[in-house]
Design a protein around this ligand. Structure first.
Ligand SMILES: N[C@@H](CCC(=O)N[C@@H](CS)C(=O)NCC(=O)O)C(=O)O
Length: 233
């Protein structure tokens, strides 16, 4: 089997999701520190110039959900999707909600929070409207016991953990509100996720790279200034 190579940077929530899934599946892989880029050579691997990229040995793949599905299809031994069709669809439903209505919303504010830019008040207002709808939807959908679909974390847990963490940092900074607290009922799940060896490895690298990233970008955000500890703490 060709060794899998994950191209990405430890600050990226999406890279961290794929990395955590590879670790949870106990698959051997090489982590190749790589920044997103619009260079023609990189876009041969990643058409949008984004990370993560998985070099599968039969071609490169981007888009986290596609990568996660590929890994479960090709390496079914440690499945990270529920077996039953309905549960599997429900898990994907939650992933889609988090991707479109939480992460992609919070991402619109990354410039003013993490990248030394500014956010327009109109953007902050419109993002808040969608985040409020998504928060209510996730409160309704999520009831971890201890994980969302069983006694092992699956794609949906990993996807939620890394994306809610970054969204929570944004909502606390911009709105002085915590999306994780407002969804509610996630404290035991967060503790169970944090206790995973995969999480320890990924978040340890995140923490040190994040400090450097914020300093390099002259970011307004300071992890130690947050009102409450971020979910990785
Ligand atoms: N939909 C993509 C999102 C990936 C993404 O946005 N990656 C960010 C880093 S977290 C990136 O490469 N940003 C650089 C850019 O957008 O040019 C996925 O699911 O993998």
């Amino acid at each position: 089997m060709t060794k899998l190579r994950l191209l990405g940077y430890p600050v990226s929530n999406y890279v961290n999701i794929v990395r955590a899934a590879l670790l949870e599946k106990e698959l051997p892989f090489e982590f190749v520190a790589t920044r997103s880029s619009q260079d023609a050579a990189f876009r041969e691997l990643s058409p949008l110039g984004k990370i993560p990229v998985l070099d599968t040995g039969e071609g490169s793949l981007t888009e986290t959900v596609a990568i996660l599905d590929y890994l479960d299809d090709v390496f079914p031994e440690m499945p990270l999707r529920p077996e039953a069709a309905f549960a599997r669809a429900r898990a994907r439903q939650t992933i889609n909600i988090i991707q479109l209505y939480v992460e992609a919303q919070a991402r619109q504010l990354f410039a003013g929070v993490f990248m030394g830019g500014t956010n327009l008040p109109t953007t902050e207002a419109s993002v808040r409207v969608m985040l409020d709808r998504a928060t209510a939807a996730l409160s309704q959908l999520l009831s971890p016991a201890p994980f969302f679909f069983g006694d092992r974390p699956g794609h949906v847990d990993i996807f939620a953990f890394y994306n809610l963490d970054i969204a929570d940092r944004v909502t606390r900074f911009v709105y002085d509100r915590s999306i994780i607290d407002e969804i509610g009922g996630l404290d035991d799940w967060l503790a169970a996720m944090r206790a995973r060896p995969s999480t320890r490895l990924v978040t340890t690298e995140f923490q040190s790279s994040f400090v450097t990233y914020l300093a390099d970008h002259g970011a307004a955000y300071r992890p130690d200034e947050s009102r409450r500890p971020p979910s990785y703490a």
